[in-house]
Design a protein around this ligand. Structure first.
Ligand code: SF4
Length: 173
């Protein structure tokens, strides 16, 4: 059975910077949970950030630039947390590989977990298209990333992967 890496704050613990979680109202989620597919992981907590913590945003580039050392992640206090965010991304990848996940469903908008939008680095509440650092790292290593509003698409991909996996097994590939 294919597993799914999910943000630890999705329908779970209140791990976000402001000590909240992100509710999920979905039968798909409930089914995955009952089947034991969910691999819960919070990259930021894994590298020691506390709850609550100051909000952080990518400043001066994209998540790819952060991984390449060309942009920073800063807290709203001005503290540079780039190296911790890069480590958090690596930890997410390590966990995904260790658990053998087929894909990930992560919270959108986060400088770590975002996959379609992130905040623009001005700490004014504006968003721009973009990814968080962990989502970028997972995608670079071939792990598809969806956000919490894309559970149907994620479920469809999972079915495709499992069907092609069974076909591979039957044909001995
Ligand atoms: S890093 Fe990801 S899992 Fe952790 S609190 Fe932020 S959005 Fe949730």
């Amino acid at each position: 059975m294919r597993k799914v890496l999910v943000s630890g704050c999705l329908q779970g613990q209140a791990l976000r910077y402001n000590a909240t979680h992100v509710p999920v109202n979905s039968l798909i989620w409930d089914r995955w949970s009952a089947e034991g597919r969910l691999v819960r992981f919070c990259p930021e907590i894994a590298v020691g950030f506390p709850v609550p913590r100051p909000p952080a945003e990518i400043v001066g580039g994209t998540a790819g630039d952060v991984l390449a050392g060309l942009a920073r992640v800063e807290e709203d206090t001005g503290t540079d947390v780039t190296s911790l965010f890069r480590l958090a991304a690596r930890r997410a990848l390590d966990r995904a590989v260790e658990a053998g996940v087929a894909l990930a469903v992560l919270v959108d908008g986060s400088p770590t977990c975002g996959s379609s939008v992130i905040y623009d680095g001005s700490f004014t509440g504006r968003t721009v298209p973009g990814r968080g650092v962990a989502a970028e790292e997972l995608l670079r290593h071939g792990i598809p990333v969806f956000h919490e509003g894309q559970l149907q698409q994620a479920a469809a991909m999972l079915v495709d992967l499992e069907q092609s996996g069974s076909a591979d097994a039957v044909s001995g590939r």
